[in-house]
Design a protein around this ligand. Structure first.
Ligand code: FA5
Length: 350
């Protein structure tokens, strides 16, 4: 009887030697060890044996079963290792000493302009802050003196999430958090609040050569005792002359924003057409770049600052438009196009 187990073992070993993948291995496992497999079938022959023979034969079948199981496991490991090796051979070698690939891309023009502005304001003692792109209605509107149903909301329709939060339509949405963060140092240590906070903004509006639904702004605020419009104008002028490295024609005109009083629109003469009028400036020769004004008392109050004691200015620079002007990009949509042909032309030429 043990001859039968020996024969079956030999036939299994020979079949296994031809197996080189998991599917074939599984097929042979089922053929020998499955419920109706060849090893299990051997037990059927036991019924005609004496009790003594049954015992010996049963033990021989069990040993065979264990051996076959072990050989299947061994083969499985062998196939796995071979697969790993095959994959490793397909991977390109990483050579740490290889020379750098100089063709490795460039910074986005908005990143370049943003970094330049950050540097300019940092050198004037401003902290650079970051803020979330998802904000609450309170942060984006209510804390800025724009209650529900205020007409100013029409100018800043944005994208709402199901939980009531929204994608911020302007960087002013961070003002309240900034005042709350720095107010104790202002009140207790007489440290003026000086911060800029660049960020991505979103608006649900039709796009054209100077409007995108996703664009960047950089907000700036300064709060202290006796801050006036002259401080505001000084910082705006300094920033623009540093960014453009030349005199730029600017104009200041009244502008309405519920969170400043008085409020201004700061426009620059269009650098694409030299003020003649083109699609980039809506044929006016001027480009709205940086609305600004003195922070409204209600907004200071919402930030925990007493407007009887402190005043401040705020501005909301259109960073994407600034990049257009600095690099001569005629259509704002090119900046979000992801086109390497367009974007690889810009370098940090500071
Ligand atoms: C605001 O967003 C105010 N939060 C700015 C502000 C801050 C005023 C602090 C007073 C005090 P406005 O919607 O005008 O204002 O946008 C500010 C600037 O962002 C614009 O001058 C423009 O340069 C840029 N901007 C606005 N909408 C777009 C757009 N769709 N695409 C590209 N740039 C835009």
């Amino acid at each position: 009887m043990s001859e039968k187990t020996t024969q079956l073992r030999e036939s299994f070993v020979s079949a296994l030697s031809a197996v080189d993948n998991m599917e074939a291995l599984e097929a042979i496992r089922v053929e020998y060890l499955g419920k109706k497999g060849l090893v299990t079938e051997l037990l059927k022959d036991m019924k005609n044996l004496s009790p003594e023979e049954k015992k010996t034969f049963g033990q021989a079948v069990n040993v065979l079963k264990e051996e076959v199981t072990e050989m299947v496991a061994g083969k499985r490991e062998e196939i796995k290792q071979a697969e790993i090796e095959r994959e490793n051979n397909l991977m390109p070698e990483f050579d740490i000493s290889a020379p750098a690939n100089l063709d490795r891309g460039s910074y986005h023009p908005i990143t370049l302009v943003q970094r330049q502005c950050e540097e300019i304001f940092r050198s004037m003692g401003f902290a650079v802050e970051d803020y979330s792109e998802i904000v609450t209605d309170y942060e984006c509107f209510e804390a800025l003196n724009i209650p529900k149903n205020h007409p100013a909301r029409d100018m800043q329709d944005t994208y709402y999430l199901e939980n009531g939060q929204l994608l911020k339509s302007h960087t002013s949405a961070a003002q309240n958090a900034i005042y709350k963060k720095y107010k104790d140092a202002l009140i207790n240590e007489s440290k003026p609040i000086k911060a800029i906070f660049p960020g991505r903004c979103f608006r649900n509006e039709a796009t054209d050569a100077c409007h995108e639904n996703t664009f960047f702004q950089m907000e700036g605020v300064m709060v202290d005792k006796n801050i006036s419009i002259s401080n505001l104008i000084f910082f705006m002028k300094t920033m623009l002359s540093e960014v453009f490295q030349k005199d730029i024609k600017v104009r200041l005109r009244p502008g309405f924003f519920p969170f400043v009083e008085p409020g201004f629109e700061l426009d620059i003469s269009c650098l694409i057409c030299g003020g003649e009028g083109c699609a980039s400036c809506k044929h006016s020769g001027w480009l709205e770049l940086c609305p600004c004004g003195m922070i409204h008392p209600e907004v200071l109050r919402a930030g925990g600052i007493d407007p009887e004691e402190y005043t401040g200015f705020a501005f909301g620079l259109g960073l994407t438009r600034l990049a257009m002007m600095k690099y001569g990009v005629k259509d704002i949509r090119d900046l979000n196009s992801g086109s390497l042909k367009v974007l690889s032309q810009f370098t940090d030429d500071k």
